[in-house]
Ligand binder design. Structure first.
Ligand code: DX5
Ligand code: ZN
Length: 220
């Protein structure tokens, strides 16, 4: 198995010191910076929008992986791209016209991702998988950091891996929610290419840089 990409989620960072947080991640094992956008509609919580992204992007070294947990994401894609997003991930459950939204993301020059809530089966992606750059499997219910990993995710990742091969899709499999050093290896063995981790990385006693280094060493 190839070593996965590591994507710490800034949702668990110190919001009062976002510049310092991304600056200390600059020389860490982080491959992407995961940016969780919540609108209080699609999910029962509100986080941050394109203005904050633009402000932190100026100080960051890694590409921003923007996870849109919002309704009508098509109305905000350009704003997040302009603010520095390298990848834009929308939720399957928020997009009745998913194919159109995916094309819009690609036309903006961003990596196109689709996220699935824990109850949404991977089979629903059959007819769009070949168009995707990323599929994000939620391993908790979206809305909050610090929740417990849902074990069924492992089977889902393995099923998705098979579906992507069958569809001739080269999409990366990203797993988001409750990821720690204890479930990381099993996730990679099931087929995960990108691991998002928020509280495990930022709330660890060793701090984010050492924790990311430990995860990297553990997975190599
Ligand atoms: C949850 C977000 C996740 C979250 C991960 O709604 O999409 O990215 O921040 O945080 P942890 O790793 O604490 O579950
Ligand atoms: Zn996320």
């Amino acid at each position: 198995h190839m070593a996965p990409l590591l994507a710490p989620s800034l949702l668990a960072a110190d919001f009062g010191n976002l510049q310092a947080e991304v600056e200390r991640l600059a020389t860490s094992a982080a491959d992407w910076l995961h940016y969780d956008v919540m609108d209080g509609r699609f999910v029962p919580n509100i986080s941050f929008g394109p203005g904050i992204l633009q402000a932190v992007h100026r100080h960051a070294k890694q590409p921003f992986d923007v996870h849109l947990m919002i309704e009508e994401p098509q109305n905000y894609l350009a704003a997040f791209r302009d603010a520095g997003a390298a990848g834009l991930t929308v939720h399957y459950e928020a997009c009745p016209h998913l194919h159109r939204v995916v094309q819009q993301i690609k036309n903006l020059g961003c990596r196109a991702g689709v996220a699935l809530n824990p109850h949404t089966p991977v089979s629903l992606l059959e007819d769009i998988a070949a168009d995707l750059d990323v599929v994000l499997i939620m391993s908790v219910n979206p809305g909050f950091g610090g929740q417990t990993f849902i074990p069924n995710t492992l089977r889902k990742v393995a099923d998705l891996k098979e579906l992507l091969v069958d569809c001739g899709s080269s999409a990366l499999i990203e797993v988001d929610g409750g990821v720690t050093i204890d479930n990381a290896t099993a996730l990679v063995e099931a087929g995960a290419d990108v691991l998002v981790a928020g509280s495990f990385v930022f709330n660890s006693p060793e701090g984010p840089v050492a924790t990311l280094a430990n995860m990297r060493a553990h997975l190599t």
